[in-house]
Design a protein around this ligand. Structure first.
Ligand SMILES: *Cc1c(COP(=O)(O)O)cnc(C)c1O
Length: 357
């Protein structure tokens, strides 16, 4: 059990209108902070007013990007109670990322306690409107003030909260995706399976070039053969080929092991769909498109839940998926996951964790 000191904000902010929240633009009144020093371990857990952080300009995070993050949500049910979706999965993944980035891990029960305590303090910020939620962003930064290249001896673990709007204001809208042939997101042996800012920094240029062409995201191919599919933007990707649900496997370490991805696989298997986790090449997608067996494709992630793909553009070769409309499997997964997340159905999967017991 952490001993969390709470310092309440003297002045509370005005809350933004729930119909114009967007994603990650507003932040709540408080934040969680805990420090780490070599020899002392994690210490000084506190909830304090949200505000700027003072760091030495030589703090290692600014130079060598020793940093990692997580993303999950708190949902308000119809009865007003607030719940989390599989937070244990995010915490486990955060600690796996810590190990890859030479960052000290955090006891899972402490991380969960910190998330719950902060959401409870700022519970009025969990929005009420349909499709809205409170996005939870835990992150760890290296704060040791020096420029030698080695793992930092000091860190801060912080959690900030942001009320977010419904991703799909006008219903589940399929997105257009550009197959990325120039840049890669990661290579085997790199940090593809770690949730780190560096991966995102490296992805921005490809994303920007795709946007200039009118595409929402890019489809990342592997860095060695440049043909196996990794992810779509910052989401995991699924295809329905010949009635089977196919998604790239995690074994090469190129892919971020999404909580939404794992949940979709578990639900599909429970419903009796054939699911294959394996290598999927872009050539296979072309072939399936040409012989008419590619019936659906969608991305999965906490922010959008399910993001149907309406079109892939591979160097000018256009593959329209399901007539540019959402397919039945995408819709069923979206409905089932969101019913669980907002507490509209009984949780038979054991995935829901209430913020307060
Ligand atoms: C966070 C993330 C995902 C989605 O993971 P979820 O746990 O489902 O939100 C997928 N790909 C990348 C690169 C990510 O950072």
């Amino acid at each position: 059990m952490l001993d969390i000191r709470v310092e309440k904000a003297a002045v509370k902010k005005a809350k933004p209108a729930e119909d114009s929240l967007g994603f990650g633009r507003y932040f709540t009144d408080h934040m969680f902070v805990m420090d780490y020093d070599a020899g002392l371990g994690w210490h000084d857990a506190r909830i304090v007013p949200y505000g700027p952080v003072a760091l030495d300009p030589s703090a290692m995070v600014f130079h060598y990007a020793q940093e990692l993050f997580e993303g999950l949500k708190a949902y308000r049910r119809e009865d007003g109670k607030i719940q989390l979706f599989r937070p244990d999965k995010n915490i486990e993944r955060m600690n796996n990322t810590c190990k890859r980035m030479c960052v000290p891990t955090i006891p899972p029960e402490d991380a969960l306690q910190a998330i719950r305590a902060l959401v409870k303090v700022d519970q009025d910020w969990v929005p009420h409107s349909a499709g809205t939620s409170l996005y939870i962003r835990p992150f760890i930064i290296a704060t040791e003030p020096q420029l030698g290249v080695h793992p930092s001896k000091k860190y801060s673990f912080m959690i900030i909260l942001s009320p977010v709007g419904s991703y799909y204001a006008g219903g589940l809208a399929p997105v257009k995706i550009r197959v990325e042939r120039k840049y890669v997101r990661c290579v085997k042996g790199g940090t593809g399976e770690a949730k780190v800012g560096g991966n995102y920094a490296a992805s921005l240029l490809g994303q920007e070039e795709a946007e200039e062409m009118g595409y929402a995201q890019v489809l990342w191919l592997d860095g060695i053969y440049r043909k196996y599919i990794d992810e779509v933007g910052a989401m995991n990707v699924f295809f329905v080929i010949d009635g089977k649900v196919v998604t790239p496997s995690l074994e090469d370490g190129n892919i971020l092991p999404g909580v939404t991805r794992a949940s979709c696989i578990e639900l599909l298997k429970k419903w009796g769909y054939p699911v294959e986790e394996r290598k999927v090449s872009i050539d296979e997608i072309h072939a399936a498109y040409e012989n008419g067996t590619l019936s659906e494709s969608f991305g999965t992630g906490t922010a959008a839940v399910i993001s149907p793909v309406g079109e892939y553009n591979d160097n000018g070769y256009i593959m329209k998926i399901h007539d540019g409309k959402i397919g039945p499997i995408s819709q069923k997964l979206y409905d089932s996951l969101t019913d669980l997340q907002w507490g509209r159905v009984k949780d038979e999967m054991g995935w829901i964790v209430p913020v307060e017991e």
